[in-house]
Design a binder for this molecule. Structure first.
Ligand code: 5GP
Length: 207
């Protein structure tokens, strides 16, 4: 039986290494599709239009909101970020698990709209490592780094709302662990209602 894919929400503090992790996961296994978000923030050096994000103006973003073109959106550190609807729906239909790398407000909206979504929270091994990674990136001003560390404290309050925590210490191990968690999530009864229904009908027919 061909399954519809599920939504995998991946959140984590800025600098936790989510981007690298997601690219590795999608590269290592072919059942995933990575959604590319729309944002009003400026590209960082090395980021490409359509690969990391679709970079748009505030006006264009608000147009997308108005025509319901986004599955969810949120404001984060003075900018809009949102998930384009069309790609997500098309990939789920194809049976792919669609990964959304989004912050906590968006994650909670997704859980509301798609109760079978799996919510994963990526953490660095410790807070000092987070600061080191943010500074080591070398692409953000001290002011932006402070703003993101402050935001990390706020987001830490919501971690209990996620299904699983993944510690991003060794990249390879973390990728394996995420894949295993997603695989296990597919076996939950709540994500197999069709299968259960069919089995019940078949059993009834035998009696
Ligand atoms: P960054 O500016 O570092 O690329 O992203 C800032 C934050 O916005 C990260 O926590 C990232 O996961 C989140 N983000 C990226 N895209 C989306 C989106 O489409 N929706 C929401 N709600 N958050 C997003």
């Amino acid at each position: 039986m061909k399954h519809k894919g599920i939504l995998i929400v991946v959140s984590g503090f800025s600098g936790a290494g989510k981007g690298t992790l997601m690219k590795q996961l999608v590269h290592a296994y072919d059942n995933y599709a990575l959604s590319v978000s729309m944002t009003t923030r400026n590209p960082r050096p090395g980021e490409e239009e359509g690969r990391e994000y679709f970079f748009v103006t505030k006006e264009k973003f608000e147009e997308e909101i108005a025509k319901d073109g986004l599955v969810e959106y949120a404001r984060y550190c003075d900018h809009y970020y949102g998930t384009p609807r069309e790609y997500v729906e098309r990939q789920l239909e194809k049976g792919k698990d669609v990964i959304l790398e989004i912050e906590i407000q968006g994650a909670l909206k997704i859980k509301e709209k798609f109760p079978t979504a799996l919510l994963l929270f990526v953490m660095p091994p410790n807070a000092a490592e987070l600061k080191k990674r943010l500074e080591g990136r070398g692409t953000e001003s001290q002011e932006v780094i402070s703003q993101r560390l402050k935001r990390a404290s706020e987001e830490a309050d919501g971690i209990e709302q996620y299904d699983f925590i993944v510690i991003n210490d060794k990249l390879e191990e973390c990728v394996q662990e995420m894949h295993a968690l997603i695989h296990a999530a597919h076996c939950a009864p709540s994500r197999n209602e069709g299968l259960i229904e069919t089995m019940r009908k078949e059993l009834d027919a035998l009696n």
